[in-house]
Ligand binder design. Sequence first.
Ligand code: GRF
Length: 204
Amino acid sequence: MKRIAILISGRGSNMVALCDAVSEGRIRNAEVAVVISDKSDAPGIAHAKGRGIETIVIERNGRTRVEHDREIIKALHGHNVYLVCLAGFMRVLSTEFIDAFRGRILNIHPSLLPSFPGLDVQQKAIEHGVKWSGCTVHFVDETIDGGPIIAQAIVPVLDDDTSETLAGRILVEEHRLYAEAVALVLGGNYEIDGRRVRIRPNSN
Ligand code: GRF
């Protein structure tokens, strides 16, 4: 059983999607060991508790980023976590954190990276006039939303889209894609070659 931690700051719908994928067997040989939030008022905490999952709040509280990250690393080690899934976790990780779990931290981002890293990306996609957007699951490295890409899904951008309608269309794909990417990474059928994540054909 590989133990997963999910880090959130807010709503937690991707966290819920991952928990459901684990309990429904779409992510196999894994369990969600802990959900960690850096915000005590994150709505996702109640959803995790409702699923019987342990939750921990580790707020920044005047700590430096490195101190805050050390608290989180301690909690992750304390729960024997193998894979860290960022799911709307609104903090940039320190190098110490990334080094502690290198190659085992995933993030989901609501654009087709490398287009539109950062925040408010659905609005930026609309303002840019792109015809397609989507979401990306990638390994986390020192760059912002820049680590090797594991999986992407696309959705059309419609003429009358607002950032909310586009975000909703992307979110449906996020929930599916994140679970698939976590299953793939835990299955180990891939290799990282520079920036490229090559998926090996399924041997079953
Ligand atoms: C998602 O759009 C995710 O891609 C981005 O932040 C949002 C989090 O939503 N990183 P939720 O908290 O998972 O509902």
